[in-house]
Design a protein around this ligand. Structure first.
Ligand SMILES: Cc1cc2nc3c(=O)[nH]c(=O)nc-3n(C[C@H](O)[C@H](O)[C@H](O)COP(=O)(O)OP(=O)(O)OC[C@H]3O[C@@H](n4cnc5c(N)ncnc54)[C@H](O)[C@@H]3O)c2cc1C
Length: 489
């Protein structure tokens, strides 16, 4: 496949550390660009301390403040709420029906369907919550397409379709012919695929900032610019969190603590072997509603391609195409450094994806590029649970698909912190942290090698050819080792 041509303007685009995503800039501007909330003025005693002001932490606080309004709940966030991936993601709000084959393999059909149904409930609950709380996060439930863009990938969407059928839920993921796909969006690259009805889109930062507003109205305490430095006595009756914020070090004493730090969890000892931080980058076009109508892409479906280095795209309310590419680079250990926000190569890969999928939009300008870390787990699904002692709860491993699952995480974490046994706390992804990934430096080196091999393999496959046998075997190594990562041979 010839490299798609990037325009001079594409080449001038720079993702930037310290530059907020355009979604977050828009959301903050709508709020009048408020200053960050101050750090704690003194040590404090609370019922539940939540670390991380992204969706997971905030949905947990939302559940707690609704279910038990008298509880003293505090959220600490090192940046501002939504400063991480929750304010900079692709806006796909997905259930797990497209992962049903993996779910069935891991947990059996019955538990797999229960988990996927719980994620689907969260897709709908997010929309209902936005309506109830007047949070206009541009929520639109119009389904999600997974499409093949080259003959060697044609059977990939069909594996999950067959698994949905075998699990007794054929209506959840329906095969689409190439004509069906073209009727929904006319990219010359799109071939056949599948449609999942439990898919919606949002302007992600409006959602996370809407959550922040509602929590503040309910009296939840939020400290921004406040970072967890140390966590002590996780097994005692009182968990002690040392935080730094506003130039001071304070102690928060809590009956329960919730760690909702996403990719940053990789830097904390219990989770060293649970996740690998990986970069994901996006670009978006100028508003082009008429051109999008010419593509026939008027139904509002989100779309992702059946590649391992997945491309994901949707149309925004103001008529832009926002498109991301999962082909970023892995991080080392728990360090979340500039490679997650400043990597020009990864941003250009996202721009290249747009140019490749829509050659007829060659004159359309890309206006923004940005990136962030995702937390890849060994089975590509999140894990929720409690550490030994039962007072520190966590969620992580969303693997780049966390907008709806973080709502589910909030339901699980709130129930765990309330010590309440419920159907969601019995889902198969609830349990102790998985320690499945190799230690550093092997994890980083292996991930770099695999990434290079997969990029090479997909470049060949995008030209319509099968990759050579040795390369297919190499890229299938993670699967041979028991991970649900990377392509099958
Ligand atoms: C470019 C990109 C595109 C994506 N697209 C999609 C998509 O379309 N659909 C989808 O489902 N998912 C997508 N994702 C993934 C999705 O954004 C995440 O899974 C989701 O936001 C996770 O929410 P969270 O609250 O767990 O994490 P985060 O939003 O990362 O929140 C964690 C917070 O913890 C804070 N924190 C970390 N360490 C500390 C500490 N020591 N003290 C205090 N605070 C701390 C961080 O600053 C951060 O704000 C994408 C991710 C990226 C980067």
């Amino acid at each position: 496949m010839a490299e798609p041509l990037l325009t001079e303007a594409d080449l001038a685009l720079r993702p930037g550390h310290g530059v907020r995503s355009p979604w977050l800039r828009e959301a903050l501007a709508a709020e009048g660009d408020p200053p960050p909330l101050p750090g704690p003025a003194s040590d404090m005693d609370v019922d539940i301390a939540i670390v991380g002001g992204g969706y997971t932490g905030m949905w947990t606080a939302e559940q707690l403040s609704r279910r038990a309004p008298a509880l003293r709940v505090v959220v600490v966030e090192r940046d501002i709420c939504g400063g991480g991936p929750s304010g900079r993601n692709g806006g796909f709000v997905n259930a797990w029906w497209d992962e049903i084959d993996t779910l069935v393999e891991l947990y059996g059909a019955e538990r797999a369907v229960a988990a996927a149904r719980a994620a689907a409930e969260s897709v709908r609950a997010i929309g209902a919550w936005c309506g109830e709380h007047r949070v206009d996060a541009h929520y639109r439930q119009a389904g999600m397409l997974v499409v093949s863009t080259t003959p060697p990938h044609d059977d990939r969407p069909l594996g999950a379709v067959a698994a949905a059928e075998a699990a007794g839920v054929p209506e959840e993921l329906v095969a689409l012919s190439a004509e069906d796909v073209q009727a929904r969006c006319r990219s010359p690259r799109f071939r056949g695929g599948a449609l999942m009805r439990d898919g919606a889109t949002v302007q992600p930062a409006l959602l996370v900032r809407g959550l922040r507003r509602v929590l503040l109205e309910r009296g939840v305490t939020i400290h921004e610019g406040t970072r967890l430095m140390r966590l002590r006595s996780p097994r005692g009756p009182v968990v002690r969190l040392t935080v730094e914020g506003g130039g001071a070090t304070r102690e928060i004493r809590a009956r329960h603590a919730v760690l909702a730090m996403n990719a940053w969890s990789a830097g904390w000892r219990p989770f060293h072997r649970s996740i690998l931080a990986w970069g994901s980058y996006m670009v978006r076009t100028e508003p082009i509603p008429e051109r999008i109508a010419e593509l026939g892409w008027t139904g509002g479906e989100s779309i992702y391609t059946a590649r391992f280095n997945v491309e994901y795209l949707h149309v925004t309310r103001d008529g832009r195409i926002a498109i991301g590419s999962g082909g970023g680079v892995p991080g080392y250990g728990g360090r979340i450094g500039p490679s997650f926000t400043d990597d020009l190569g990864s941003a250009r890969r996202a721009a290249g994806a747009f140019r490749h999928l829509f050659p007829m939009l060659a004159d359309v300008r890309l206006t923004d590029a940005w990136g962030g870390p995702i937390d890849v787990s060994g089975n590509h699904l999140p894990r929720f649970g409690s550490l030994a002692g039962g007072r520190v709860h966590y969620a992580m491993g969303f693997s780049g698909n966390g907008v709806a699952p973080s709502h589910l995480a909030g339901r699980v974490l709130a129930a765990l912190a309330l010590e309440s046994d419920e159907p969601v706390t019995r889902l198969p992804m609830v349990g102790p942290p998985a320690r499945s990934l190799p230690p550093e430096p092997f994890r980083f080196l292996g991930a770099r090698l695999m990434r290079a091999a997969i990029v090479r393999r997909e470049a060949i496959e995008m030209g319509g050819r099968r990759a050579p046998w040795p390369l297919r075997q190499l890229t299938a190594m993670p699967r041979r080792l028991g991970y649900h990562l990377g392509p099958a041979p």
